[in-house]
Design a protein around this ligand. Structure first.
Ligand code: ATP
Length: 262
């Protein structure tokens, strides 16, 4: 267990006894977790376990019915998503939805933040108003497209991208805000094997440079290769926590996946 109640600020991010109701349904039911600085933590569990809802609660698109979200010890439970991006919390979505008619480069720029935390794109769209800060942002966006092998598509509309390329684009957009933590929601889903290897390598690169990662993923091979620690959710609750091999052979985890306990 992650029982560090005596030192709540050790965690970069923490959820404490979080509950999320949707009508009468408890999608998240008293869930706690801690994300430690520098780790890649896997968040797994059967379909409907509440994993994406946890991401929404941590990133701020949902407010919990009860419980707390903490960032470095600060209570951010009621903070807007933009404030959380400003704190260095980035997240990707299971199904990325880029602005289809904007170019790939412009889509990446939507992730840029002013020092004040506000999005920079509005200024880019005003002709003749390109400041030094904006030039720097364009350089950075191009560097990220390079890092994610999308440079050759920089001036194409995002609608031409494949599903896998959209995942890379989304990661580039998130990286524009220099996140300390990235919540990755199923980066391997629908991705071909070669691209999967590339995504794994890039996640490892980012982590080696100090980015902490919380990963939702159904591909257990990927989870085992990336994660030092795994948290298993089932029916909105914490079921197990441990190393990948311990968790994979745990009877309660196997049962949850087979649906026997449902
Ligand atoms: N906005 C919503 N309104 C109502 N019910 C919701 C909402 N979002 C999620 N749910 C329900 O909450 C439960 C948990 O969903 P969630 O998407 O968090 O699970 P998950 O573990 O991410 O599943 P998957 O692995 O299939 O993505 C599901 O039963 C889902 O139908």
């Amino acid at each position: 267990m992650t029982g560090t109640a005596a030192h709540p600020t050790d965690a970069l991010l923490a959820a404490k006894e979080v509950v999320m109701h949707f009508g009468g349904m408890r999608a998240v039911d008293g869930m706690s977790l801690e994300l430690r600085r520098g780790e890649i933590l896997g968040l797994i569990g059967p379909n409907g376990a509440g994993k994406t809802t946890m991401f929404n609660l941590i990133a701020g698109s949902l407010r919990p019915s009860a419980g707390q979200i903490l960032a470095g010890g600060a209570d951010i439970t009621r903070e807007a998503p933009e404030r959380r991006i400003g704190r260095g919390i980035g997240r990707t979505f299971q199904i990325p939805r880029p602005f289809a008619e904007m170019t790939v480069l412009e889509n990446v720029l939507t992730g840029a933040q002013h020092q004040t935390g506000e999005n920079m794109l509005a200024n880019f769209l005003q002709p003749g108003r390109v400041s030094r800060e904006e030039h720097a942002a364009v350089d950075k966006a191009q560097g990220l497209l390079d890092f994610l092998t999308l440079s050759h598509l920089a001036n194409e509309p995002a609608r031409v991208l494949s599903g896998g390329q959209r995942k890379l684009l989304e990661l580039a957009r998130v990286l524009m805000a220099d996140p300390k933590v990235i919540l990755l929601d199923e980066p391997a889903a629908g991705v071909n094997p070669a691209l999967l290897e590339f995504i794994i390598a890039r996640i490892l690169d980012l982590n080696a440079r100090g980015t902490t990662i919380l990963l939702i993923e159904h591909n257990m091979d990927m989870v085992a290769r990336l994660c030092g620690r795994i948290i298993v959710m089932a029916q909105g609750k914490l079921l197990r926590e441990g190393k990948p091999d311990e968790v994979a052979r745990d009877p309660a985890v196997i049962e949850a996946y087979l649906g026997v306990a449902a």
